[in-house]
Write a protein that binds this ligand. Structure first.
Ligand code: S3P
Length: 425
């Protein structure tokens, strides 16, 4: 793989830019917005709640904020498609609006656990119902008021943390969330960017309800989770040198760089800079001989979305790679441990799934046909595996690649990963 490229905008930051821009006073201008289905689901949800949002047009979005209490009840359920971030963050943001709102999603999203957000929201006084199995649809009923809570997260999850902080904007008193391990802190950073005070002390973040958000301009960096496919691809493909431009390297997201470097990858961080409160850099990656490692458990939340790609790196490494402490991977867009294990096994890789991780013994990858189970990151990871496979890899059910990475096929082809996409139903 050779060349230089900029992958699309960060998904997490794109979601949050719409949410906070919609509730702000004044006009928020966003550039670099991810025009993927997930962040578009958030954008459309706010349009359906009466917010004037222009774009996206080549990554530019303009939001005329309605203020903290200006949202209107939508006339039908908000459809959040495949997007767990939209559903969990909106559950919190909408819990204290005093509006009746139902949140629905696709089959994958409708099977993901939601009590992790509805239980603490109820403790705050919200009325949010799930299905009997604790999944979407989520029914939000109007309540008089929310009260701040002091909540210790049972799992390291930025979605739960963000959900509660967003609900906390509408609660009486202080809402404090303490996490068992650091998770992505884009919500905290962006709240501050919109002039909303957030107190951060030793593993906890707190907000006091009743404040206001002031519109600001946001430059969304390229998504390190999308860059990850190229970091792995260029590491495993012989003779590679790639430059990935303007990538967000927030320390709560950079586990993929740390883990790949521990495996022997050659990744340089060039021109590190601050862009609107988020660290950004260009990344140069060259081919290298990877070796298997025991992945440090503290890196798991910092690389949580990058494991499908990292498993492909492990399959190309010499020796054994062991992942533990990653049971959360089983409740992502698919069960990423099982689905990757099955696919890699089909490609002749020696792999053993465990309840909270996987053991992969590196070697050669053969061609074959694998199932992505409609999970965008699984599909792209197997595409990257094609760089080292002895034969072609055929991947089924790839349409959801557009949820996080529109243009993946073209961008990957442009730097040497030959992919042909076929229409699917
Ligand atoms: C996200 C948080 C992560 C991640 C997801 C996006 C976010 O989920 O997997 O893709 O934007 O807050 P968890 O925090 O639930 O692990």
């Amino acid at each position: 793989m050779t060349g230089s490229l900029r992958v699309p905008g960060d998904k997490s930051i794109s979601h949050r830019s719409i949410m906070l821009g919609a509730l702000a006073e004044g006009t928020t201008r966003i550039s670099g917005f991810l025009e993927g289905e997930d962040s578009l689901a958030t954008l459309r949800a706010f349009q359906a709640m009466g917010v004037d949002i222009q774009g996206p047009d080549r990554g530019r979005v303009t939001i005329n904020g309605v203020g903290m209490h200006g949202l209107e009840a939508p006339d039908k359920p908000l459809d959040l498609g495949n997007s767990g971030t939209s559903m969990r963050l909106l559950a919190g943001l909408l819990a204290g609006q005093g509006l009746p709102i139902t949140l629905v999603g696709d089959d994958s999203l409708s099977s993901r656990p939601m009590r992790r957000v509805t239980d603490p929201l109820r403790q705050m006084g919200a009325r949010v119902e799930t299905s009997a199995s604790g999944t979407a649809p989520l029914m939000i009923h109007p309540v008089q008021r929310l009260s701040g809570i002091d909540y210790r997260l049972p799992v390291a999850s930025a979605q739960i943390k963000s959900c509660l902080l967003l609900a906390g904007l509408y609660a009486e008193g202080v809402t404090r969330v303490t996490e068992p391990a650091p998770t992505r802190d884009h919500t905290e950073r962006m709240l501050k960017g919109f002039g909303y005070p957030v107190e951060q002390v030793a593993g906890s973040a707190s907000v006091r309800g009743g404040g206001v958000l002031k519109a600001c301009d946001i430059d969304v960096p390229a998504d390190i989770s999308s860059a990850a496919f190229f970091l792995v691809g260029a590491s495993i493909a012989r003779g590679s040198e790639l430059l990935l431009k303007h990538v967000g390297i927030n320390p709560t997201r950079d586990g993929v760089i740390t883990i790949l470097r521990l495996m022997g990858a050659d990744i340089e961080v060039l021109d590190p800079r601050d862009v609107g409160g988020e660290p950004v850099a260009d990344l140069r990656v060259r081919s290298s001989a990877l070796r298997g490692i025991r992945i440090p458990v503290d890196q798991v939340p910092l690389a949580i979305d990058e494991f499908p790609a990292l498993f492909v790196a492990a399959a190309c490494a010499e020796g054994e790679t062991v992942l533990t402490g990653a049971e959360e991977l089983r409740v992502k867009e698919s069960d990423r441990i099982q689905v990757m294990a099955e696919g890699l096994a089909r490609l002749g890789v020696d792999v053993t799934p465990t309840p909270d991780g996987i053991v992969i013994r590196g070697g050669s990858i053969s061609g074959g046909r694998v199932e992505s189970h409609g999970d965008h990151r699984i599909a792209m990871s197997f595409a990257v595996a094609g760089l080292r496979a002895d034969g072609g890899i055929e991947i089924d059910h790839c349409n959801n690649v557009n949820t996080s990475f529109p243009g993946f096929v073209e961008l990957a082809s442009g730097c040497g990963l030959g992919i042909s996409a076929h229409k699917e139903d």
